[in-house]
Design a protein around this ligand. Structure first.
Ligand code: ATP
Length: 354
């Protein structure tokens, strides 16, 4: 595990007025880079060869570095190149997936926004559940023994990209039949979770350690294939229904009814408080809680994403909520750079960069 002392030593050597905000060209890079520029930072995008065109086209990065493969990102020579440019890295979903949480924790010796310990807590299902329980959130019931399945459940596998390969079952027989069909046998490796019916909300939060303030910046609903397409074909559910899958294909903007904002803010605050108690200094910057609101207007939480999520791409110019907080277009990407700028001004970069 990289010690924060090592990172802070590198940070101390940085030219304060030469800081470059950098990220990998994918996921939410466009708004991160635009936000950096809007806040007066230099911006740098790192692209795997073949993915650079989008970043050239939109021109949001001052500099573009091309790597041949993700391995190269971790090479000493490449990391030195980043440090020479006074780079602060901004992690996002693809960044974490391509470089791997373990390698980011142990090898990525470049200043990065946020607490690296969070990666371990969000990528390990058991730890994530402990975190959510500690935050007193309502979670979907889990079934340890398939024999106990007494309602609709979702069977989740680790590493099932975008939920591909998940299946639904309503009883133990259906579970066994579908498990056999899936070809998977290792019972320890899946989670059997109550399938919660309701409206999904994915609120995007930002926790500022400088202001000790939690901000609700925006919200989305993920559009998922094929499950969202199936609802257009009610007649196929008569017989031969295709197994629903949950591969994210897009994001839809949403606002919650105003009376739900209070519980949404409370959930965010509990998640931050629990993170501070479990892995100090806890969450820093952007995160998202993946929820389903039931007909009793209760939120059931099935996941925490402890970084910027792709649903924020809807709001490069701000959202109805960010407009209440800021008198200027404030995306999550821009909010990240604002925090770094404020920290630089207060000479407390080491409270947001690890
Ligand atoms: P990751 O972020 O790890 O890729 P994910 O965000 O895709 O995972 P999953 O937990 O894999 O989240 O769930 C994928 C989708 O399945 C969700 O977006 C949601 O539509 C649906 N889903 C997940 N858990 C439940 C549940 N308990 N009840 C109902 N729907 C669920």
């Amino acid at each position: 595990m990289i010690r924060k002392r090592e990172i802070h030593l590198i940070l101390d050597g940085y030219a304060r007025d030469g800081i470059t905000i950098a990220t990998m060209g994918s996921h939410t890079a466009l708004q991160i880079l635009k936000g950096a520029r809007d806040e007066g930072f230099k911006s740098l995008v790192i692209c795997k060869r073949g993915t650079e065109e989008v970043y050239q086209q939109f021109g949001v990065a001052d500099e573009l570095l091309i790597i041949e493969n993700y391995e190269q990102f971790m090479e000493k020579k490449f990391l030195e190149k980043l440090i020479e440019r006074n780079v602060i890295l901004i992690p996002h979903g693809s960044f974490v997936e391509y470089l791997s949480p373990k390698r980011i924790e142990n090898e990525l010796l470049v200043p990065m926004l946020g607490n690296r310990m969070v990666l371990e807590w969000e990528s390990d299902r058991e730890k994530e559940r402990e975190w959510m329980e500690h935050a007193d959130l309502r979670l979907p019931k889990e079934f340890k023994d398939p024999e106990d399945i007494d309602r609709l459940v979702m069977v989740k596998f680790p590493g099932a990209k975008g939920g591909k390969g998940y299946f639904l079952a309503g009883n133990p027989e259906e579970f066994e039949r579908k498990l056999k069909k899936s070809g998977l046998r290792d019972k320890d490796r899946f989670t059997i979770q109550e399938f919660v019916i309701g409206t999904r909300f994915y609120p995007h939060y930002f926790y500022s350690p400088l202001k000790n303030r939690l901000e609700l910046l925006s919200m989305d609903i993920r559009y998922e294939s094929n499950v969202d397409g199936l609802s257009r074909l009610p007649h196929v559910s008569q017989d031969g229904t295709p197994e629903p899958s949950f591969v994210v294909t897009g994001n839809i903007p949403v606002v919650a009814r105003e009376s739900l904002l209070n519980p949404i803010l409370k959930m965010g605050q509990s998640v931050v408080k629990a993170s501070q108690e479990l892995f100090s200094p806890g969450l820093i910057g952007p995160f998202c809680i993946e929820t389903i609101c039931t007909e009793d207007l209760e939120f059931v939480v099935f996941e925490i994403s402890a970084r910027i999520v792709a649903g924020t791409n809807l709001y490069i110019n701000g959202s109805p909520y960010s407009q209440l907080l800021y008198q200027e277009p404030m995306s999550t990407g821009r909010r990240i750079s604002r925090e770094i700028k404020d920290a630089r001004r207060e000479d407390s970069l080491d409270s947001v960069i690890y």
